[in-house]
Write a protein that binds this ligand. Structure first.
Ligand SMILES: [Zn+2]
Length: 655
């Protein structure tokens, strides 16, 4: 709102009318993510399909021209007759879509020579549907009168109960609602992966159609050439704004130059920003006036066509008018390999399945732990609690739709293996000094003197193999602070002692009563399941089985788990961050990760798709890439975490 007001003042001061393109697809996406917590994960899956498509272009399933049936729902204010736009105006829009997507638009000749090799025919066409979802003949146009003057961006126009028109099966039709959005907003689209009940494109009537293809149309310059629909359908086929909706942002397309922000009006070529030779302001996914946008790039074509591949979100459009097969809920559900801390969940294959969503919870708990987008027919979950009832459910994800969840399958974890009998160890006098704090993972225990100088606390925490951990501890003193020997042992191989290599994780002395910390790494070979941790504090050097005079011993339980992804307590919703700097770069580029664990692979591709660099980054460490052997140009950096999540960034190398 503030932005619109500021532009208003600018227009007044310039003494001229000024119209700025305004598309709300990204705002609607952010809103939908807030209300559909699985949307982000679904869009991640679609990004994986896109990655796979780009890396295996020779094996693409869909070739040739894809023809998209369109239904246009005109919802007009009964007091504004012009909003009930004519069939001819609608047909002019379909004609523009076909010209722009097939590169038969005459203004493509204006693409500067720098970008001309990139302008492509996307081989995607559009036609007004001739058959309705019930199989009857149709014009592909519906009309509805309303008293509403504006519809906003909350999808009311797609809801019968809110006075709008429900979409036709969005897996088989591109639904376009033409109604007055208001607020200066030209249109908005829903990206692949969202709800089928709101899927499609919304455009205000005065921006739908082209004044070049007829007279008497209800259109408003400079957005009167039908390019709003081209732009919005680009979003509907998974294209982002060309500036990546951030300062020098990422649009997930390799051949579009990184550019600083949106362009408005009709810029002059070249317009360099972010180290590029020029912004590709003539691209349909910028914000320029209709007469100044006239190309999609080859990379954008690939990204759009990937949506037609299995799991890409628009698969229903490559089977023509054949309805997609129904997406069945998996059957043959069984639970196997049940232990005190884990179980294997099994299911039967479903025809047409792209992936499965599994959810698990302790019976009676209010929230599920989701394992989304699983492939294969089993899932091993760990990190469970012994002697506890659990339930799980599963559904199938097909292209464009998901089945219902199955009914619950229940199982009970075992009581757990009998822990080995560990040797006794204690202090015989804790009058003067004792352990008053132990903190590790979810363990956080403060205490005073234990009876007989020893306690098996019974407290436990999960630790993931291969991760770095910090254990904190402190001494309580009655008056004088004595020098204490601190030992922390963990029986990693579960053989009943603390004598094996690496099982002493802390070995130090200190006379401080402050909180002390030490770090250690959980061995990648540590036995899975529950084991013992012993914290020992004595004023004289001790071993794991000592009975000593002054001090204390406390025992804890450690539950070693495999990886974060399989750990039921892990948060799957936190994508990791990647920072590339400087960018553009000429001698060195630094890659810094945040929110990452384990070993993360890095690949850098040039514009021909050749791998020019590979490395790995441990955890959140930083990697410096020597660019001396890189030629100048644009590169794509792919980072894949040990959990299989991929993030892609552009790097511009200057010389
Ligand atoms: Zn947009």
């Amino acid at each position: 709102m503030k932005k619109i007001i500021a532009l208003g003042f600018a227009a007044l001061m310039a003494g001229a009318t000024y119209a700025q393109r305004s598309c709300h697809s990204m705002e609607v996406l952010e809103h939908n993510k807030q209300h559909d917590h699985q949307l982000e994960q679904k869009m991640f899956q679609i990004e994986r399909v896109t990655d796979n498509y780009l890396q295996n272009k020779a094996n693409q399933r869909v070739t040739g021209v894809v023809r998209i049936p369109v239904v246009v729902h005109v919802i007009y204010n009964s007091a504004v007759a012009a909003e009930n736009i004519s069939d001819a105006q609608i047909q002019s829009q379909i004609a523009v879509l076909n010209e722009d997507f097939r590169k038969t638009n005459t203004d493509v000749s204006q693409v500067p020579s720098l970008f001309a090799p990139l302008a492509v025919d996307t081989e995607i066409e559009f036609f007004l549907a001739t058959t309705s979802p019930t199989g009857t003949a149709t014009t592909g146009i519906t009309r509805k009168s309303s008293t509403r003057t504006s519809w906003g961006t909350a999808d009311a126009m797609k809801s019968t109960t809110q006075g709008g028109v429900a979409p036709w099966d969005a897996t088989r039709y591109l639904n376009i609602w033409v109604c007055n959005i208001g607020g200066g907003i030209l249109g908005y689209a829903q990206f692949p992966g969202g709800s089928t009940s709101t899927d499609g494109v919304v455009i205000s009537p005065q921006y739908f159609g082209s004044s070049s293809k007829g007279t008497g149309f209800y259109l408003s310059a400079p957005f009167d050439k039908g390019r709003t629909a081209t732009h919005e359908v680009g979003h509907w086929l998974n294209l982002r704004h060309i500036w990546g909706d951030a300062n020098c942002g990422n649009d997930f397309v390799a051949d579009t130059p990184t550019q600083q922000t949106s362009n408005g009006g009709c810029p002059t070529f070249p317009k360099p920003t972010c180290g590029n030779t020029s912004d590709m302001w003539m691209n349909y996914m910028d914000y320029t006036d209709d007469r100044c946008m006239y190309m999609f790039s080859a990379g954008q074509k690939d990204r759009m066509r990937a949506t037609f591949e299995t799991g890409g979100g628009r698969t229903g459009f490559v089977s023509g008018t054949t309805p997609p097969p129904t997406c069945a809920t998996p059957a043959s559900l069984t639970t196997s390999s049940i232990t005190s801390t884990g179980a294997t969940l099994n299911w039967g294959t479903v025809s047409g399945a792209a992936s499965y969503d599994v959810r698990v919870r302790a019976t009676g708990a209010t929230t599920w732990t989701d394992f989304l987008g699983r492939t294969g027919t089993s899932l091993a979950v760990t990190g469970l609690t012994a002697s506890t009832n659990y339930e799980w459910q599963i559904r199938t994800n097909c292209s464009g739709s998901s089945s219902a969840y199955s009914s619950s399958i229940t199982f009970t974890t075992t009581t757990g293996t009998v822990t080995p009998a560990y040797c006794a160890s204690r202090g015989t006098n804790n009058t003067y000094e004792w352990i008053d704090l132990v903190r590790l993972g979810s363990i956080n225990r403060t205490s005073s003197r234990e009876t007989n100088g020893y306690l098996n606390t019974g407290l436990s925490t999960n630790l993931i193999r291969g991760t770095s951990q910090t254990v904190s501890y402190s001494a309580g003193f009655s008056s004088t602070a004595y020098t204490e020997y601190w030992k922390v042992y963990i029986d990693w191989n579960r053989d009943g002692d603390f004598l094996d290599a690496g099982e002493t994780v802390v070995n130090r002395t200190s006379s401080s009563s402050a909180t002390l910390s030490s770090t250690f790494t959980v061995p990648s070979t540590a036995a899975l399941g529950q084991t013992r941790m012993r914290v020992s504090m004595s004023d004289a050097s001790q071993n794991s089985c000592s009975t000593f005079t002054y001090g204390e011993v406390e025992d804890y339980t450690i539950n070693v788990t495999a990886t974060a992804r399989e750990d039921i307590s892990a948060q799957l919703e936190n994508p990791f961050g990647v920072e590339i700097y400087p960018n553009p770069a000429n001698t060195i580029a630094n890659i810094k990760l945040s929110g990452a664990e384990g070993s993360n692979s890095v690949q850098i591709y040039d514009m021909a798709g050749r791998t020019v660099f590979t490395a790995s980054i441990e955890g959140n460490n930083e990697l410096s890439v020597d660019l001396s052997r890189f030629e100048k140009g644009l590169y794509i950096i792919n980072i894949t975490t040990d959990k299989g999540v991929t993030e892609r960034k552009k790097l511009l190398v200057q010389k």
